[in-house]
Ligand binder design. Structure first.
Ligand code: HGY
Ligand code: MN
Ligand code: MN
Length: 415
């Protein structure tokens, strides 16, 4: 690791061109982006990423689940230095979440190869196939493949809303689910992910770059409230077992516990369905999701437990049933101090303002951490803190500072 400052230049118009190009793949007809795994726009975006890399003479490798790697082989047989993020988007999401990190990875490799040639350590960028789980409950699918954390038979047992299995969706994109174990890597030493902040802190403080010291724990559950169907006209209010009313009280209880947990803790009910779902029927069943996050494992565990108990008590008090099913759990993750120091040194020597912060969003980084890979993240500001929305935006000037910090970091790690 050298102490030199590579005087690299990230070209603003090239950055803007890449963002614009990727936004063509999966533009939602109403607003924003919808590029979900193993669909035609996703395939086109992966192909374009490969084309960019090949045009720079960077070797392209695609793994069994469709992660696309650009590889600059190193002079020494040392662990790879990897950068990148996910190529899929949230439902009606924005242009920057994930996409910016994989673009940044490509631009960093391109710049380093052009200026400094062959690295000492193998240097790689990656477009990770699926992080958002927008189509399947696939729970960081791309990063889990790399970390060797996909269970045997899992691809056959997860279905999208049309009943298509993840395995069949892979086959439709030309991928063989039988090969998933081959995607596992044990030769990655360090992962550095650039991402938008998805919150308001950097913008509010006028700071260009966030250096992420920890990522939140995330738990998602599918909840079911079972009451009783009755006639909306004939059944008196005090004789009902209304699943919608019970679910509403549960959601209020969850929200007030989240406030008690305090920042940066949060809880969200992002999806809710009532059945049979008719204006003239008291609902027999409601299902809803809970997403609970906190970067301190003990606080997270305490409040997740309190929320579950509150729901059980609300159901029991009305003679109703409440069941919950775990959809996703990612433990909180701390960044590797040595990698954090390299990022801070890079930003500092480039004269770029930065601060340490935690991430309330989940990231591929925390899954790769579970495979023992050294890691840290670089955040760039999000306008008005907006994300998972078509309104996501980061100013080019900030993006260039973020990518410059990333490029310098990779130079120090790999050259
Ligand atoms: O939900 C998350 O935090 C991530 O953006 N998928
Ligand atoms: Mn996201
Ligand atoms: Mn993301």
């Amino acid at each position: 690791m050298g102490a030199h400052t590579s005087t690299v230049l990230i070209e603003t118009d090239v950055v803007a061109g890449c963002i614009e190009e990727m936004a063509q793949f999966g533009a939602h007809p109403v607003a924003g982006m919808q590029r979900v795994v193993y669909t035609p726009p996703w395939v086109e975006a992966c192909n374009r990423y490969s084309t960019w890399l090949e045009a720079e003479g960077v070797e392209v490798r695609r793994d069994a689940v469709g992660n696309v790697f650009g590889v600059l082989p190193g002079r020494e047989a040392a662990p790879s230095i990897l950068t990148g993020s996910h190529i899929d988007t949230a439902l009606q999401g924005g242009r920057y979440d994930g996409t910016l990190g994989m673009i940044a990875g490509y631009l960093a490799l391109r710049t380093l190869k052009r200026h400094f040639g062959k690295p000492r350590n193998t240097l790689e960028c990656v477009a990770i196939c699926d992080e958002e789980a927008s189509r399947f409950h696939s729970n960081f699918w791309g990063a889990r493949a790399i970390a060797g954390l996909i269970q045997q038979g899992e691809a056959e047992s997860i279905f999208d809303s049309d009943g298509v299995s993840l395995a069949d969706a892979m086959r439709a994109s030309g991928l063989d689910p039988g090969r998933i174990p081959a995607a596992r890597r044990d030769d990655i030493g360090t992962f550095v992910e650039l991402h938008i902040e998805q919150g308001p802190i950097l913008e509010r403080e006028g700071i260009a770059v966030g250096v992420v010291s920890a990522i939140t724990a995330i738990e998602q559950k599918q909840c079911l409230v079972r009451g009783r169907a009755d006639h909306a006209g004939g059944c008196p209010m005090d004789a009902r077992k209304d699943a919608v009313v019970a679910a509403a009280d549960m959601i209020i209880a969850i929200t007030s516990l989240a406030r008690e947990m305090g920042a940066p803790g949060v809880a969200t009910v992002g999806r809710i369905n009532a059945r049979p779902g008719s204006p003239n029927i008291v609902a027999a069943e409601v299902d809803f999701t809970i997403d609970v996050r906190h970067p301190e494992p003990a606080v997270h565990e305490k409040y997740s437990g309190l929320m579950a108990r509150a729901c059980q008590e609300i159901a029991a008090a009305r003679g109703m049933e409440f069941h919950e099913n775990l959809l996703l759990y990612q433990p909180a993750t701390k960044s590797t101090p040595e990698v954090l120091d390299v990022i801070k040194g890079a930003a500092s020597d480039l004269g770029i303002t930065f601060r340490e912060m935690t991430s309330g969003a989940g990231h591929d980084t925390q899954v790769l951490a579970r495979a023992g890979i050294r890691r840290a993240m670089i955040f760039v500001p999000s306008r008005d803190g907006r994300s998972h929305s078509p309104d996501e935006f980061t100013a080019l000037d900030d993006i260039v500072k973020g990518i410059s910090t990333l490029t310098e970091t990779l130079y120090r790690l790999a050259y």
